[in-house]
Write a protein that binds this ligand. Structure first.
Ligand SMILES: Cc1cc2nc3c(=O)[nH]c(=O)nc-3n(C[C@H](O)[C@H](O)[C@H](O)COP(=O)(O)OP(=O)(O)OC[C@H]3O[C@@H](n4cnc5c(N)ncnc54)[C@H](O)[C@@H]3O)c2cc1C
Length: 595
C-alpha cells in the first residue's frame, strides 16, 4: 500500500543519493550544504532524537577516496570534481570543497586560531543589545574546545619540536587534533623558527592556539591517530560515528539546492523549504519542506549566490535577472575578504628532511615585525588613509561610512593590539626543498560575489579586487623581503645554497633586498588566493552592511539562519577551521535553546 502520509513510512537516515528519500517530506531543519559547518550544526541538532534534520550536499560522499581521507594527498583534489573551481578576477581560481565535508575534506588540516581581540571585535560590530549573545573570544574559545579532542605530542614528536598546552584544547570533542606520526624530524622546521626569532624578534610559543598567535610555533593538524593519521573532516568527526544511530538525520548527497521557497506575506518572510535538483543538473526539480528553520551552510561563495537566486539581495542586481525581490538586502555577497599567497623557495644543501611531514611550523608576525624600522610610519599611514580606502572600496560594502567604521576596528587590531598581518608558513618541499608560503591575513581590499543569471548551475561572478588597497600589496612586498632575509639568516641559511624562488635574476637583490617595483611585478604574476573567503553575509549591525544578526538570523526573515564562513565579519589571523567549528557549535546551541 503506498504511503499517503510521510508519518506512515519509516524515514530514511544516514547518507543517501536517492532524492526520493527526502523529496516532498517535511523536516524540522533543512541544512543547505554538508560542509564543515553544515555537518557540525546538523549533528548537534540531531542529538535530540525527536528533531528531524535533512542536510543537502551538492558533492558526493567521497569519504572512501584517498584524496579525501589521506592528508598527505593534499592538493590532489584541486581542479577535480571534488572542487567547485571558482573563477575569480585576474584569472585566478579559488578552490572550494564540493564533496561531503566541503573544505574540511580537502583542506590542509592545519589547526590554528586568531587573536583573542579579533573575536571580541566581532561583538563591537553588532547592536549593543546583542552583547549578551557573547560573540567574543572567551565564549568562542569554549566552543573551539567543545569541538576538539586533542592528543598532545608523544616523545618522538616532542623530540622533533612538537609541543602544546593542554589547557588550550578540548578533550571530548569530535574533531581529532594531533601532530603527525611522520612529522619531519630534520633540522629545517626548528631552524626556521630560530631564524624567524633572530630576524624579527618574534617570540617562540609552545602553542599558538590560546588566543595569542603573534609568535612562531609548531602547529598540530586535524588528523586522527586512532585511525592511521587520516584526516579528521567534519563528516569523519561528526557524522561517521553516529551515522547508523541517528535515524532522525538524513544527508542527501549529489543534490544541489537551487532556491529557497517562501511563504506569501508577512513582514518577516518565512521560508517553507528549498527546491533542489541533481547536482549534474539532470532530471526534475524537487521540493522539501522545513517545519522550523532553513539553515544555509553553503560556504562564503555559494551562500550569497543561493540567497540572490532566492530574491534576497540588491533589487537593482536581481530584478534585471528576472528575480523578484523577497527581501531587499543589498549587501548580500558584498564585503568579501580573501587573502593572497606567494611562495618563496631556496635550494637545499642536501640535508635530510627526516620524515614526510606535513609541514607544521608557522610564524605570525605583526606589522612592526614585518615592516621593521618602517613599522611606525606604516601604522601612521593606515590611520591617515582609512577614509580614502573606505571610499575606494565602498562599492563592495554598505557605504563609505560603514566601511570606515569596520576599517577603524581592523586598524586598531593591527596598530594597537599586534594582530598578525601575515602568515609565514614553513613548507618543506614547496616550492623548493626549503619553502615558505606567505600571505597577508587582514586585507583592506573588499570584493563581491554576484550571480549573473537565475540559473543555479552557472557559477557566480567573484571579484576579490586583489590588492585594490595598495597597503595590501605593500604588506606582501615587505613580507617577501623579510623571507628573502630569512633565507640568509642562520641557522636556516646553513641548510641552503641560496634562494631559488623568485631568485635574484627575477628580483635582483641589490643593497635593499630588491626594489619594490620588481617585487610587485613578481607578486602580481605569481600570487594565488588562499581559498579562505569570508564575510559575504556578514554578522553585523544592519547599518554596517550586516546580512545576519548576532543570532545568525537573516535580516528580514523569520526562520532562516546562516552558519558558515560567510558570516565572519572580518578575517582573522589564522586558518579558519577551528573558528568555524566554534561558530557552528555556538549556532547549534542558540537554535536548541530557542535563542
Ligand atoms: C584548499 C583549502 C585549504 C585550506 N586549508 C585549511 C587549513 O589548513 N586549515 C584550516 O583551518 N582551514 C583551511 N581551509 C579553510 C576551511 O576548510 C574553510 O574555510 C571551511 O571549510 C569553510 O567552511 P564552510 O562550512 O563555510 O564551507 P565549506 O566547508 O566549503 O562547505 C560548504 C558546503 O556546501 C556545499 N554546497 C554549496 N552550495 C550548495 C548548494 N547549492 N546545494 C547543496 N550543497 C551546496 C558545498 O559543496 C560544500 O560541501 C582551507 C580551505 C581550502 C579550500
Amino acid at each position: 500500500i503506498p504511503a499517503t502520509n510521510s508519518t506512515l513510512h519509516k524515514r530514511a537516515s544516514g547518507v543517501s543519493w536517492n532524492p526520493w528519500d527526502a523529496a516532498y517530506q517535511t523536516y524540522d531543519y533543512i541544512v543547505v550544504g554538508g560542509g564543515l559547518t553544515g555537518i557540525t550544526v546538523a549533528a548537534r541538532l540531531a542529538e535530540n532524537p525527536s528533531t528531524t534534520v535533512l542536510v543537502i550536499e551538492a558533492g558526493a560522499d567521497d569519504r572512501w577516496d584517498q584524496r579525501v581521507y589521506d592528508i598527505y594527498a593534499y592538493t590532489q583534489a584541486f581542479s577535480t570534481s571534488l572542487d567547485w573551481q571558482f573563477p575569480t578576477d585576474h584569472g585566478r581560481q579559488m578552490v572550494a570543497g564540493k564533496t561531503l565535508g566541503g573544505g574540511s575534506s580537502i583542506n590542509g588540516g592545519h589547526w590554528t586560531r586568531g587573536l583573542d581581540a579579533q573575536y571580541d571585535a566581532w561583538g563591537q560590530l553588532l547592536e549593543s543589545s546583542e552583547a549578551s549573545l557573547n560573540w567574543n573570544w572567551a565564549n568562542l574559545f569554549d566552543y573551539m574546545k567543545k569541538s576538539e579532542t586533542w592528543s598532545g605530542p608523544n616523545d618522538q614528536q616532542r623530540a622533533k619540536g612538537a609541543d602544546g598546552i593542554d589547557d588550550y584544547h578540548g578533550s571530548w570533542g569530535p574533531v581529532q587534533v594531533t601532530f603527525p606520526d611522520d612529522m619531519f624530524g630534520g633540522p629545517q622546521q626548528g631552524y626556521f623558527a630560530q631564524s624567524m626569532q633572530t630576524l624579527t624578534g618574534i617570540a617562540k610559543s609552545r602553542d599558538l592556539n590560546g588566543g595569542k598567535p603573534n609568535c612562531v610555533a609548531f602547529t598540530p593538524q586535524m588528523m586522527n591517530w586512532h585511525d592511521q593519521d587520516h584526516r579528521s573532516s567534519s563528516p569523519a568527526a561528526y557524522l561517521t560515528p553516529v551515522e547508523s544511530d541517528r535515524t532522525n538525520w538524513l544527508t542527501l548527497v549529489n543534490h544541489q539546492v537551487t532556491t529557497l521557497l517562501w511563504a506569501n506575506g508577512g513582514t518577516d518572510k518565512t521560508s517553507t523549504g528549498v527546491r533542489f535538483k541533481q547536482a549534474d543538473n539532470s532530471g526534475q526539480d524537487y521540493e522539501v519542506y522545513a517545519r522550523k528553520e532553513v539553515i544555509l551552510a553553503g560556504g562564503a561563495i555559494n551562500t550569497p549566490a543561493i540567497l540572490q537566486r532566492s530574491g534576497v539581495g540588491d533589487p537593482a542586481h536581481m530584478n534585471p535577472l528576472g528575480i523578484s525581490t523577497v527581501i531587499s538586502l543589498p549587501t548580500v555577497g558584498k564585503n568579501l575578504q580573501e587573502q593572497t599567497m606567494s611562495a618563496l623557495g631556496a635550494n637545499s644543501n642536501g640535508f635530510d628532511w627526516g620524515g614526510r611531514g606535513p609541514s607544521g611550523v608557522i610564524a605570525y608576525p605583526n606589522l612592526y615585525q614585518v615592516f621593521g624600522t618602517n613599522g611606525n610610519a606604516t601604522a601612521q599611514r593606515i590611520r591617515d588613509n582609512l577614509a580614502t580606502w573606505a571610499d575606494s572600496q565602498k562599492g563592495s560594502a554598505a557605504s563609505k561610512a560603514a566601511l570606515q567604521t569596520i576599517f577603524g576596528v581592523q586598524a586598531d587590531l593591527i596598530i594597537n593590539k599586534n594582530a598578525p598581518v601575515v602568515e609565514i608558513f614553513y613548507d618543506t618541499g614547496y616550492p623548493n626543498a626549503i619553502g615558505v608560503d606567505m600571505w597577508q591575513l587582514l586585507p583592506f581590499s573588499r570584493g563581491t560575489v554576484k550571480i549573473t543569471t537565475s540559473d543555479a548551475f552557472t557559477k557566480p561572478e567573484i571579484k576579490v579586487n586583489y590588492f585594490s588597497v595598495d597597503l595590501d600589496l605593500d604588506v606582501q612586498v615587505a613580507s617577501a623581503k623579510m623571507v628573502r632575509k630569512l633565507f640568509k639568516t642562520a641557522p636556516l641559511s646553513t641548510l641552503s645554497t641560496g634562494e631559488s624562488h623568485p631568485g635574484f635574476s627575477r628580483v635582483p637583490d641589490g643593497t635593499d633586498g630588491g626594489s619594490d617595483a620588481n617585487w610587485k611585478g613578481w607578486i602580481w604574476d605569481t600570487f594565488n588566493p588562499v581559498h579562505h573567503p569570508v564575510a559575504t553575509c556578514a554578522m553585523m549591525r544592519r547599518d554596517l552592511g550586516g546580512v545576519v544578526n548576532g543570532r545568525l538570523k537573516l535580516y528580514g526573515a523569520a526562520n532562516v539562519r546562516i552558519v558558515d564562513a560567510s558570516i565572519m565579519p572580518t578575517q582573522i589571523s589564522a586558518h579558519l577551521s577551528s573558528t568555524l567549528y566554534a561558530i557552528a557549535e555556538k549556532a547549534a546551541d542558540m537554535i536548541k535553546n530557542g535563542v
